[in-house]
Design a protein. Structure first.
Length: 269
C-alpha cells in the first residue's frame, strides 16, 4: 500500500509569456492529505463567491507561472553559452518556482474578496515578468574575478528582518531591506536573486499598512494577516536565493548574466 498521494496542479499565466496550462506533479504523504484538503476549503471557498468578477486576478500565481515559463525558455540558451554549466542554476530556479506554485493559489484565493472590494492586494505587490530585461548573451562589462563575489550574511539579514516583522515595524523593515539592496549594488553582477527577494520584501512591507488601511475603510477584516503571511514567506526565501546566487557566481564572473537579467526590477511602491 502506497504512503503517498500524487497531486497534480495545473497553472496558466497571463500576458505575453502566458503559455498552455502546465501540470506539475507532487507526492504528498497520506497523513498530510486531510490537512491539505482542509486548507483548500478554508482558502478557496471565500474566493469562489467572487468568481467571475473582473477585478479579481490570481496575480501571485500568474507571476510564479510566468517566471517559470521565462526560465524554461532561457535555460537552453544559457546552457549553449556555458557548455551546460548553467543547468544547475536554471534547475534550482525552476524547482523553487515549482514549490511556490503549490502554495500561491491559496494566497490568491485569500486575496480575492479584498480585490473584489477594490483593494489591489498581491496584484500591486508584484511586478509583471513582462518587465524582465531582454535576454543578453554577455555582460557588457566583460569578465570579472570570482574573488569579488561575497556571499551575504543571510542569517544576520533574516534575523533583523524577522525582528522588525514581529514588531510590525513595516517601514523600518522596508528601509532595512533597502539598505541591504544598496550594499549588494556595489557588486551588481552577483547576488541578484537575493537582491530580487529583498526588493520584493521592501515593496510588500511598504504596502502592508496601505492595504490594511484600505481594508479597514471598506469595513473588511484587516488584510494585514494575508500581507504578513506572504511577506514572511519571502523573507524565508533568502536562503534558497543565496544558494542559487552562489552556484551562479562563477558563471557571472565569466560574463554570463544569468539570474541578473532574468528578474524584473521591483521599485518602492
Amino acid at each position: 500500500m502506497t504512503n503517498f498521494w500524487t497531486v497534480e496542479v495545473y497553472l496558466q499565466g497571463r500576458g505575453p509569456r502566458a503559455g498552455p496550462w502546465t501540470g506539475v506533479c507532487y507526492k504528498v504523504p497520506m497523513k498530510s492529505f486531510p490537512v491539505i484538503l482542509f486548507s483548500l476549503a478554508v482558502f478557496m471557498i471565500p474566493a469562489l463567491s467572487w468568481a467571475g468578477l473582473k477585478d479579481i486576478r490570481p496575480c501571485l500565481s500568474e507571476h510564479i507561472h510566468e517566471a517559470m515559463v521565462l526560465n524554461k525558455e532561457r535555460k537552453p540558451l544559457y546552457m549553449k553559452l556555458s557548455n551546460g554549466k548553467s543547468k544547475a542554476v536554471s534547475d534550482k530556479l525552476i524547482w523553487m518556482e515549482r514549490k511556490l506554485s503549490v502554495a500561491v493559489p491559496f494566497a490568491d484565493a485569500w486575496a480575492a474578496p479584498y480585490q473584489a472590494a477594490g483593494i489591489p492586494i498581491l496584484c500591486q505587490d508584484f511586478i509583471s515578468m513582462s518587465e524582465t530585461p531582454k535576454f543578453q548573451a554577455q555582460n557588457p562589462e566583460g569578465t570579472d574575478s570570482l574573488h569579488n563575489y561575497r556571499r551575504p550574511d543571510i542569517a544576520g539579514m533574516k534575523s533583523r528582518l524577522l525582528e522588525l516583522y514581529k514588531a510590525k515595524a513595516y517601514m523600518q523593515l522596508a528601509e532595512y531591506a533597502d539598505k541591504q539592496i544598496i550594499d549588494l549594488d556595489q557588486k551588481p553582477r552577483y547576488n541578484c536573486m537575493v537582491k530580487h527577494i529583498l526588493e520584493s520584501v521592501r515593496r510588500m512591507a511598504a504596502l502592508t499598512p496601505v492595504h490594511a488601511q484600505k481594508s479597514k475603510a471598506k469595513n473588511k477584516v484587516s488584510s494585514e494577516f494575508l500581507s504578513r503571511t506572504v511577506l514572511r514567506s519571502h523573507i524565508m526565501l533568502l536562503d534558497d536565493s543565496a544558494e542559487i546566487d552562489e552556484v551562479a557566481a562563477p558563471l557571472q564572473a565569466a560574463g554570463l548574466p544569468i539570474v541578473c537579467r532574468d528578474v524584473p526590477y521591483i521599485p518602492w511602491p
